[in-house]
Design a protein around this ligand. Structure first.
Ligand code: ZN
Ligand code: ZN
Length: 571
């Protein structure tokens, strides 16, 4: 569980990195980001390092950053940050989150047009003021407006991967109270949507006032919006709204069903109820004539009474699940412990934080049978990609570690980069000796659909490619997927027996739920991989599983549920 303090320290270090970048400082921003990333991903609480006076043991934390962390822990703030902040108008920092605007461009806009915040930027673009600055043109104005619109849209949603740990932590604290008899997360977080607007929690309690006191005084609560006997709302430090509702035991099931949604799913359920002359609401499934309750205490009973198999929350989107439940044809959804290994992760050899052995040990602790090390190859300079010679050296190291570490097999792989024509940045004579080859696109996202599709199809025709990594390139809340003809990709993947990745990294979840289902319908095997850059990221598998379940995937649809022997046959 990520601690509140880790998050606070990481946020401050991230902010310093942003501000130093605005200042035009070289290298340092990268160091701050690396430290922040590591602290953010930590499972341990950073206070332990502070108390043992070994903050510098944290990957990426040197003497100067350690001193700053110490100051944050001791005083709750950082003087250095306050000073940095004073050098720029506050709106400038927010503008850094707009896609396509680097610090250099921002400073130019600030210095030449005195643009200090997003509103002013929008106005300047609309009034065609920006094209007059050197290096900008009509097209830049268009792009700026488009990206501002996207930024505003993204502001309203949180990533499941950011919110679920916070929500589960609050849930755990409440569950520990003796006044709480039952508790569940409801809403989109229970359906495990990839992005979340707010969090709904339901409880049964004989003494709600005590619970409400506790809830509104949580350390996570930045602000209390409302406090009542049956409902309270807080805003967390992350600006996330959390609603807590107290429900009667007798109607808990119907309330849970109602507040889980989705709206579309519930509308359809209500219409089925109506046909039976029943009424479905948060208070129960009720016979309209007799005003007699048919089902309300247990959620599953409501589905049963309506003539439906129980529908898992992840499926409740009115995408055919109700019809399937009527016909007894719901999928048996994949579960986290069906996964036998993880086929895409990075190590210190490229941009990862841990060694091969550390990754293997961590994977072994999870209970995996195998992992594949897929670092970046040569052309990805920003990620210190590997040359052919280094790939060979890494293969030797993997051989050695396989001899040393028992109970898990490390496969040697690569995440090759797909270039503008669809060629890979690793020679076939090297690829042929690797156990597994992931091919992904990391650049040229703005190409036309035709070009993007051709690039991926060409890569798939390389005999050694096993998996297409993060196939649409989207970054949730940051970057839309590139234009690509997925039906052509599916067709070729099925023909050639190539797996498509469901990248479990919380800001990717790529393929999406809908695309996973389409791939399944085309008889393509999916691999759910974390693309870990740190050993703690291996735990992101659960977000991949969440998306897979929303995409109707079963164990048989996912290649890395196979034991190693079976998987090797397919490779
Ligand atoms: Zn990648
Ligand atoms: Zn990767």
């Amino acid at each position: 569980m990520r601690s509140v303090l880790n998050k606070k320290v990481a946020d401050i270090l991230f902010e310093i990195a942003d501000l130093l970048e605005l200042k035009g400082v070289q290298f340092k921003p990268r160091a701050y980001r690396r430290a922040a990333q590591n602290i953010n991903n930590f499972s341990e609480d950073i206070t332990i390092f502070y108390e043992n006076e070994n903050l510098e043991d944290i990957e990426g934390v040197g003497k100067s950053i350690a001193l700053k962390i110490k100051e944050i822990i001791e005083t709750g703030s950082l003087k250095y940050l306050k000073e940095l902040r004073q050098e720029f108008p506050q709106g400038l920092q927010e503008m850094m989150d707009i896609q396509g605007l680097g610090p250099k461009s921002l400073m130019k806009l600030y210095n030449e047009l005195n643009i200090q915040n997003i509103d002013e930027l929008e106005k300047a673009a609309k009034n065609q003021k920006i094209r007059s600055i050197e290096g900008f043109g009509e097209k830049s104005e268009e792009n700026i407006l488009k990206n501002i619109e996207m930024y505003k849209k993204y502001q309203e949603r949180f990533l499941l991967g950011d919110i679920l740990p916070i929500a589960e932590n609050i849930e755990k604290k409440l569950a520990n109270l003796k006044e709480v008899k039952r508790i569940d997360l409801a809403g989109s977080i229970r359906r495990k949507k990839e992005t979340i607007g707010d969090v709904d929690i339901l409880i049964i309690s004989p003494n709600p006032n005590k619970v409400m006191d506790f809830f509104t005084e949580l350390e996570e609560a930045k602000r209390v919006v409302s406090k009542g006997h049956t409902r309270s709302t807080i805003i967390t430090v992350e600006n996330l709204q959390v609603d807590l509702r107290v429900v009667e035991k007798e109607s808990y099931g119907s309330a849970l069903q109602y507040f889980t949604g989705s709206k579309e799913h519930n509308i359809k359920l209500r219409s089925i109820a109506l046909k039976k002359n029943w009424k479905l609401s948060e208070y129960g499934l009720i016979d309209k004539d007799l005003t007699e309750t048919i089902a309300s205490e247990n959620e599953a009973d409501i589905y049963k009474a309506l003539g439906l198999d129980y529908i898992e929350p992840e499926l409740r989107e009115d995408r055919g699940e109700i019809e399937a439940a009527q016909e007894g044809k719901l999928p048996t959804l994949i579960k986290l412990d069906d996964i036998k290994g993880d086929l895409h992760m990075h190590t210190k050899w490229s941009e990862g934080s841990n060694t091969i052995e550390e990754m293997a040990q961590a994977a072994k602790e999870i209970g995996y049978q195998y992992i594949a090390i897929c670092d970046h190859a040569e052309t990805l300079q920003v990620a210190s990609g590997l040359s052919s010679k280094e790939i060979r050296e890494q293969m030797n190291e993997i051989d050695e570690i396989n001899k040393k570490v028992e109970g898990i097999t490390i496969l040697s792989g690569i995440e090759a980069n797909i270039d503008a024509e669809g060629k890979l940045d690793v020679k076939n004579e090297v690829l042929k000796d690797l156990d597994i080859v992931v091919a992904s696109i990391h650049s040229g996202f703005k190409n036309s659909e035709e070009i993007m599709t051709t690039r991926i199809l060409n890569a798939m025709h390389n005999d050694y490619v096993n998996i297409i990594g993060h196939p649409t390139g989207r970054l949730l809340n940051k970057r839309e997927p590139y234009e690509v003809n997925l039906s052509k990709i599916f067709e070729t993947a099925a023909d050639l027996g190539i797996f498509l990745e469901l990248n479990a990294f919380p800001d990717r979840l790529d393929l999406s739920d809908v695309n996973c289902r389409a791939a399944k319908d085309n008889d393509i095997l999916i691999t759910i991989n974390t693309d870990s850059h740190h050993k703690d990221h291996l735990r992101y598998m659960k977000y991949g599983i969440a998306t897979a379940r929303r995409g109707w995937l079963e164990k048989k649809d996912v290649a890395n549920t196979l034991i190693l022997k079976e998987l090797k046959k397919l490779l």
